[in-house]
Design a protein around this ligand. Structure first.
Ligand SMILES: Cc1ncc(COP(=O)(O)O)c(C=O)c1O
Length: 370
């Protein structure tokens, strides 16, 4: 049975008429760059996240970058994050002119280990970016407490965590700013590129709104050197349609995760993701850990079952970040995880038969009788 890693077409088929209607409205109004459809989505998404504001931007990387700029972070500053994330987290720090500093992750949740945070703070540290990796929020209480005690900003990288919760609070609503990507494969994905920053701080909103539009408040009067980081009208309208389905889709992901757990829990060779007591995990990625993962991936691919690796190389060992001077062994947990991560197919439209096929494939590989 074919099991794709992700099936965007299945989701599109389930909302086709709503999407076509929304796109047609944008085209009738020719509201293509920014405009009323983006403004409406911003209101809806802020309400969803439990924040006062949302600002739509062109992608998640720009969301992180503009949030850091709005907080005044720049050359000479350091920003702490983890090496176990997509490179955009660190790129945004670098684009702001600051220097990423990494702390290792917690082996159970694969998120920033708060107990390692204090040792990474230097006189140049200005902010912390906890990444809510795979759809589970980082342990925010101790992170915020350490940030407060040291006068540091907290910017959440919620690019993989639309609708995830920490003690009942939604991703993006705990730090001074929460940054989202709506890359097509995300739990809430656009039909192209898009992102947003959510916040309760009107000053952050004002700065990002000006920056995203070439530094202008009034057309062709540019107060600062900005950028074109606007969200498309079509993406705003599509995201409004899809936001209405997000909770249902997240619940389906959670159900699928429960089924994977039931079918794989007895296998010692496969470490399954852990949902922390404080968390509502939305399983953007169902990341297991397996020692012979490359062989297992090849074995499953022969059965037309497709997996992913998120991510094979931690950021401190990427060529792009050799300039930071970290060596192998600097972050042993992140390195161990990177060598073993194996993401199983996960999307709302996955069927029980497909999940069974994946689990059966894994069991056959491990030569375990069901
Ligand atoms: C953790 C994380 N941060 C940042 C980003 C960047 O988002 P985008 O691809 O929309 O620029 C992503 C997207 O893949 C991500 O997963």
């Amino acid at each position: 049975m074919k099991v794709p890693f992700l099936d965007l077409k299945a989701q599109y088929d389930s909302i086709r008429d709503e999407i076509h209607g929304a796109m047609q409205e944008v085209m009738e109004q020719t509201a293509f760059a920014g405009g009323p459809f983006v403004a409406r989505f911003e209101e809806e998404f802020a309400r969803y996240c439990g924040t006062r504001y949302a600002v739509g931007v062109s992608n998640g990387t720009d969301a992180l970058w503009t949030a850091l700029l709005a907080l005044g972070i720049g050359p000479g500053d350091e920003v702490i994050t983890t090496p176990s994330t997509f490179i955009a987290t660190a790129e945004a720090i670098s684009l702001a002119g600051a220097r990423p500093r990494f702390v290792d992750i917690d082996e159970r949740t694969c998120n920033m280990a708060p107990e390692r945070l204090s040792a990474a703070i230097t006189p140049s540290t200005r902010a912390i970016i906890p990444v809510h990796l795979f759809g589970q929020m980082a342990d925010m209480d101790p992170i915020v407490e350490i940030a407060r005690a040291n006068g540091l900003h907290v910017v959440e990288d919620a690019c993989q965590a639309h609708g995830a919760e920490y003690k009942g609070r939604r991703a993006g609503s705990i730090g001074e700013a929460g940054c989202f990507s709506f890359y097509p494969g995300k739990n809430l994905g656009a039909y192209g590129e898009a992102g947003a920053v959510v916040t309760n701080d009107p000053e952050i909103v004002d700065k990002i709104r000006v920056f995203r539009d070439h530094g202008q408040r009034k057309k062709y009067y540019h107060g600062i050197i900005g950028w074109n980081a606007r969200m498309d009208g079509l993406q705003g309208a599509i995201l409004s349609v899809k936001l209405k389905h997000l909770d249902k889709w997240n619940e389906l992901r959670r159900t699928h995760a429960g089924m994977y757990r039931r079918l794989l829990a007895d296998l010692d060779a496969v470490t399954l993701p852990v949902e922390a007591d404080y968390a509502k995990h939305v399983y953007h990625v169902y990341a297991t850990r397996v020692q012979d993962r490359d062989d297992l991936i090849a074995f499953l691919a022969k059965r037309d079952i497709h997996c992913g690796i998120h991510y094979p190389v931690p950021l401190h060992l990427q060529d792009a970040y050799q300039l930071l001077g970290y060596r192998e062994g600097a972050f042993p947990v992140a390195e161990r995880c990177a060598a073993e991560f194996l993401s199983l197919p996960m999307f709302a439209e996955l069927t029980p038969e497909q999940i069974e096929a994946v689990c059966e494939g894994i069991r056959s590989f491990l030569a375990v009788t069901v």
